[in-house]
Design a protein around this ligand. Structure first.
Ligand SMILES: [Zn+2]
Length: 137
């Protein structure tokens, strides 16, 4: 099966081939697509859990600063700004990941939401939550 579907063959490409009768072994095709998608899904879920934990840790850290006196607070505030910006970045990524998980559910994952082109596996390896192909990003 892995010989039939090399690592660079994406589910979207295989779906197109299957639709045009270029792939005969459809059950193997479906199985491979599910494996590939399940892998992406678990990558996304793992990342989402990590981000959720990080955000929780940041919130705990920020709250602990509420009890400091004025001088300590001035120093802590600089660190807080860094923490807050990390938190904002995490929230944005979490939203993107949740959207990607939804696209997996409806079978639209791996296709660019702007132009419909197939997003390359290499790009999805780097940015598994991206909704755009490299031309639309
Ligand atoms: Zn595109």
């Amino acid at each position: 099966m892995w010989d039939l579907f090399p690592a660079h063959a994406s589910p979207a490409l295989i779906r197109i081939k299957a639709e045009h009768g270029l792939i005969v072994n459809l059950s193997a095709t479906k199985e491979w697509m599910m494996t590939s998608l399940a892998l992406r899904k678990s990558q996304l879920e793992t990342r989402l859990t990590a981000l959720t934990n990080r955000l929780g840790a940041i919130e705990t850290e920020l709250q602990s600063h509420d009890e400091k006196d004025w001088e300590e607070l001035a120093t802590a505030r600089e660190g807080d700004e860094v923490l807050e910006s990390i938190g904002v970045g995490s929230q944005a990524e979490m939203r993107a990941i949740k959207a990607a998980l939804q696209r997996i559910e409806v079978g639209e994952y791996g296709a660019c939401v702007r132009c419909g082109a197939e997003i390359s596996e290499a790009r999805l390896d780097l940015l598994p939550f991206t909704p755009f192909c490299k031309d639309c990003a």
